[in-house]
Design a protein around this ligand. Structure first.
Ligand code: TXA
Ligand code: MG
Length: 360
């Protein structure tokens, strides 16, 4: 891969500087790679109708070319140029949830290069809500293909520092507008199936989709080696930290007891454990595990709280990267209740754990 000089431009999140946006837009139109913030996570963008630029995304991320990309557009009116038949339900979903963290899978037009869709005859589209993303799309005037701006199978980036840790020297520009709001990727909804399927839970909850699509159903995780998968982002191994991660599930009190036991058992074996859990759980664990004389060696890291799952979603990937950076031998993770955005948090942790769970 040819190395790239990565320029970082700091932009105001609510009133992005026109000069910086114009430079980024020009780069995109010329086939460059531009990382930009969306309300969910940072995206690694390229001109979606430029097959060579799109191919460079896969190279920069080390992403298999079998995993299709989301195309970011200015508004619902842009769907017609990319989508063969826009069904009425897509228009209604767009009115309700766009701009916002909902991606729709629809039949594609020929103009969309096969590189974008991994050869599928469908295309994923979404209208991001972040002011920087919106202005960039407006000024560039082209649809922008963008996966999350992380190396393949690393946690998604919610800050420019995460992007640079993975992609410095691999992209042309990073627009840094600070931490993102939602913190977890968009919900991917497949409208080409009957009933429609949620292929990835995300920023828009399945409960709120149900108000427009009462029979919407959940897709399944597929095995990492299943070549015939329909949504490769459903790979079980994804969002993985370097340290081996295990998800601990059950009633909050039982979970805390079990985490304590597991941390102590691993300490006996000389393993330092990182614990990633909502604030309430960390407060419960701290006196147990960090008491003077405790033999456990542990890094406790809170993300959000059980009362505030939105905050948990916003902080999850940063916390995951931070606890991993402590150099722990293993990570035990606890998730808030799997409802609303909690379902998306749960999904990301199951994948980070590659399916490893302990039932407390
Ligand atoms: O919030 C987000 O969605 C972020 C921001 C940057 O917009 N993007 C993102 O992209 O998370 P990425 O590439 O990391 O995830 C895209 C997901 C993958 O699970 C992919 O398999 C699925 O969308 N996808 C894309 N096109 C598809 C298609 N035609 N059929 C089925 N799944 C598709
Ligand atoms: Mg991703």
């Amino acid at each position: 891969m040819r190395p790239r000089q990565t320029r970082v431009l700091t932009v105001d999140r609510s009133h992005p500087e026109p000069g910086a946006i114009a430079e980024a837009a020009a780069l995109l139109k010329a086939g460059g790679l531009v990382v930009f913030p969306t309300e969910t996570v940072y995206g690694l963008g390229a001109h979606a109708l430029d097959a060579a630029a799109v191919a460079a995304i896969f190279e920069a991320k080390g992403r298999p070319s079998t995993d299709p990309l989301i195309v970011h557009i200015r508004g619902a009116a842009d769907m017609d140029a990319l989508v063969r038949d826009v069904p009425n339900i897509a228009v209604r979903l767009a009115e309700r949830f766009w701009p916002g963290p909902l991606t729709l899978i629809l039949p594609k037009r020929d103009v969309v290069p096969g590189q974008v869709t991994a050869g599928l005859d469908t295309v994923a589209v979404r209208v991001p809500a972040h002011p920087v993303a919106r202005l960039l799309l407006e000024v560039a005037g082209v649809p922008v293909a963008a996966p999350s701006a992380n190396l393949f199978s690393r946690p998604s980036p919610t800050r420019a520092s995460h992007v640079l840790a993975d992609l410095d020297g691999r992209v042309d520009m990073v627009l840094d507008a600070g931490p993102t709001d939602v913190g977890i990727e968009s919900t991917v909804l497949d409208l080409t199936t009957v009933p429609p399927l949620v292929r990835r839970p995300g920023g828009v909850s399945i409960e709120s989709l149900r108000t427009l699509i009462p029979d919407v159903a959940m897709g399944r995780h597929v095995a990492a080696d299943d070549a015939a998968q329909t949504s490769p982002g459903q790979l079980l191994r994804h969002y993985a930290p370097r340290a081996r991660l295990t998800l601990v599930e059950g009633e909050p009190l039982a979970v805390c007891r079990r985490v304590c036991d597991e941390v102590r058992a691993r300490a006996m074996a000389g393993v330092i454990v990182g614990v990633l859990a909502p604030e309430e759980d960390v407060l419960r664990l701290r006196p147990e595990l960090e008491a003077p004389g405790s033999s456990a060696r542990v890094h406790l890291r809170a993300y959000g709280s059980r009362r505030d799952p939105q905050a948990a979603a916003r902080e999850l990937f940063d916390a995951l990267r931070a606890v991993d950076a402590e150099g722990v031998g293993e990570i035990l993770a606890v998730a808030p209740e799997a409802r609303g955005i909690g379902a998306a948090i749960h999904d990301r942790l199951v994948r980070a754990a590659e399916g490893r769970r302990i039932d407390a």
